[in-house]
Design a binder for this molecule. Structure first.
Ligand SMILES: CC[C@H](C(=O)O)C(=O)SCCNC(=O)CCNC(=O)[C@H](O)C(C)(C)COP(=O)(O)OP(=O)(O)OC[C@H]1O[C@@H](n2cnc3c(N)ncnc32)[C@H](O)[C@@H]1OP(=O)(O)O
Ligand SMILES: [Co+2]
Length: 139
């Protein structure tokens, strides 16, 4: 399976507002849309566009969020995961299962409204890796 497009870099933050203020000050960057909650994933999300990818700012929604645990270890936040696109999520899941890479949890709908899953950082050289089905091209 070829490595697909780098859809986004996930950046954990204790405050999306503080992170947006920093991107605004240093890059004149604005979010591509208002922040929104993904309760099922335990995160509040906001995207800042780069020419060929995005920064995905992710803030914990409550103490059980996977981001809350990350921030306990990294209080300032920082690079949390990367996300690569695939044409078909089930084909990708079967591919990684066949190769013995640990898949974290069920396939579920991610922040772009398409199915996603995560590969364990220990099987990706220390990099938590999200696999996301590419959005369908609008006709
Ligand atoms: C889905 C919505 C949105 C989208 O784009 O669509 C998102 O991206 S939401 C992103 C938030 N959701 C997730 O991260 C789900 C997947 N993550 C997990 O299942 C956990 O966070 C997990 C398993 C990666 C870590 O779980 P936990 O923190 O409870 O375990 P430990 O602290 O014991 O960590 C185990 C081991 O992994 C290392 N670790 C933890 N987090 C990361 C990370 N982000 N990158 C790299 N490595 C990480 C941690 O240091 C431990 O290593 P060890 O050597 O044992 O200390
Ligand atoms: Co993500």
């Amino acid at each position: 399976m070829k490595l697909g497009r780098l859809n986004h870099v996930g950046v954990a933050t204790p405050s999306i507002e503080q992170s947006l203020a920093m991107y605004r000050r240093l890059f004149g960057a604005e979010p591509s849309s208002p922040a929104f909650d993904l309760p099922a994933q335990g995160v509040k999300v906001c995207f800042v566009d780069a020419p060929n990818s995005q920064i995905e700012l992710i803030e914990p929604l409550g103490p059980d969020s996977p981001i809350a645990r990350f921030l306990e270890k990294n209080p300032q936040g920082g690079q949390h995961h990367v996300c690569f696109e695939v044409p078909d999520i089930e084909t990708a899941r079967a591919h990684f299962e066949r190769l013995g890479a640990r898949i974290l949890g069920p396939t579920r709908i991610g922040a772009h409204g398409t199915p996603i899953f995560f590969l364990h950082p220990k099987d990706m050289g220390g990099m938590l890796t999200e696999i996301m089905e590419s959005p369908k091209q609008a006709h």
